[in-house]
Design a binder for this molecule. Sequence first.
Ligand SMILES: Cc1cc2nc3c(=O)[nH]c(=O)nc-3n(C[C@H](O)[C@H](O)[C@H](O)COP(=O)(O)OP(=O)(O)OC[C@H]3O[C@@H](n4cnc5c(N)ncnc54)[C@H](O)[C@@H]3O)c2cc1C
Length: 307
Amino acid sequence: MYDLIIIGGGPAGASAAIYAARKQLKTLVIAGEFAGQSVVSEDIQNWIGTISISGKALADSMHAQMLAYSHGFVEEKIGQKVTAVKKLPEGFSVETDDGKTYTAKTVFIGVGSSRRKLAVPGADQYEHKGITYCASCDGPLFEGQDVIVVGGGNAGFETASQLLAYAKSVTLINNAKDYFADPVTIQKVLNHPNMKGITDVTPIEVKGDKFANVLVYKDNKTGEITELPTGGIFVEIGLAPATGFLKGIVEMTEGGQIKVDPRSGKTLTPGIWAAGDCTDLPYHQNNIAVGDAVRALEDLYIYLKTK
Ligand SMILES: Cc1cc2nc3c(=O)[nH]c(=O)nc-3n(C[C@H](O)[C@H](O)[C@H](O)COP(=O)(O)OP(=O)(O)OC[C@H]3O[C@@H](n4cnc5c(N)ncnc54)[C@H](O)[C@@H]3O)c2cc1C
């Protein structure tokens, strides 16, 4: 039986593994791939302590650090997905998609999530070419431009508010009549002179040349089609956490985010911790996933040693 099984090889899982190695916990890391969502980014500029790094180099350096300090305590199983976690009288069993089962006293979950994608013609083609899913990551690249945010919830408004610091103007496109964000946030953001909100319209196409430069949308009431020119499109239409296989074992929000105690990363199931984009904590960033995973490992270690 392992002391710990870590599920996920993104920033959260990697940090948990590095701390587990330093604490000499007998650990197994199981990950679909040892890389986080930002692996597709060419130029990450907000990884603290590094002016610029590609997502691939960041993932590789985390992996190398884990292997360098594993000292025989951390094993890995990469390229395999966990399909179930079950409670045992002592600890947990973890099943993978190659039919194997492993057991551990504790489990750390860092399975992340994916951004819900804009499902219209042109959206795939222009992803990372004018369409982006992360304002904190890419916002500064759009300085002085007229940009569009698709979404009408808190994430959409937070994105719009961040972009107002660099962009010439921000237009928020919402497919419903009402916004879903906090009223105070809505008011504050919409009051900005460079901000415009368009509601009750549905994006139907993204057009461009080398980069996206037009969002086509349809008025839900009149059916009128509008082509809105833009320097960039930021999409904030929700997250899809990779937590489906955890139903019944940890408590989750309606949207599938794992509920955790922000002081410790504990889930509501004793013996299971979680961190990063799969949790219900706000703000999803590499630095946050890493810090929250470290906190969880500190707490998990005390649990193991004082149990
Ligand atoms: C395009 C893009 C660019 C971004 N750029 C930046 C940036 O510049 N700066 C920044 O701070 N943040 C950026 N982010 C956000 C950042 O990537 C995430 O906040 C971060 O990756 C979250 O880390 P995580 O470890 O929680 O989850 P993830 O990175 O999502 O990692 C999840 C891990 O779990 C594994 N996994 C999932 N399900 C299973 C399963 N069932 N069994 C086994 N393994 C599983 C996956 O293979 C992966 O290893 C970006 C996000 C995107 C989408």
